[in-house]
Design a protein around this ligand. Structure first.
Ligand code: HEC
Length: 138
């Protein structure tokens, strides 16, 4: 019995192993971070390049509760008539509550120029996408 559990050589080897492992691990971690960072940017760029508002999702989230899932009506009227409206007329009704006839819509109908859509200011493209979606309904 020498009384030692590990020789000096063994301890040195073990320490080297630990240090190398840490360095390699950190390197891999940083490389991974850079890679996933680059991937994230690519995804964001791709999403921005192809942003067409999803009329169906916008309608479901902001309109269907009152106008019905198929725009058949509910709290608010069915929207079949509005399919023939111009984009500008539809926008004016949705944003500012102005019916093409000049009548001001009742205040139950939100003024989306004030409320926004999904918590962000409503864009013309979003309103056009909603009208396009309504036109696909019966
Ligand atoms: C809180 C309920 C409610 C929500 C949500 C709502 N509306 Fe309305 N909407 C109404 C009511 C009620 C009227 C009828 C107002 C009137 O005639 O005075 C109306 C009227 C309309 C009209 C005029 C229809 C016509 O023929 O006169 C359009 C267009 C319209 N809404 C579109 C939308 C769109 C698009 C959304 C979603 C972005 C939406 N509404 C969300 C309640 C709502």
């Amino acid at each position: 019995m020498s009384g030692e559990f590990y020789s000096g050589k063994q301890v040195a080897g073990f320490v080297t192993f630990l240090v190398l492992g840490t360095v390699l691990g950190l390197g891999a971690y940083q490389a991974g971070g850079r890679l996933s960072g680059a991937g994230g940017e690519v995804t964001v760029a791709a999403a921005a390049a192809t942003t067409t508002p999803d009329g169906q999702a916008l309608y479901a989230g902001n309109c269907a509760g009152c106008h019905g899932a198929q725009a058949e009506g509910g709290v608010g009227p069915g929207l079949a008539d509005t399919k023939a409206w111009t984009a500008a007329d539809f926008r004016e009704a949705v944003l500012n509550g102005q019916h093409p006839s000049g009548r001001t819509l009742g205040t139950v109908m939100p003024r989306f120029a004030q409320t926004g859509l999904d918590g962000a200011p409503a864009t013309d493209a979003q309103i056009a996408a909603i009208q396009a979606y309504v036109k696909t309904l019966k």
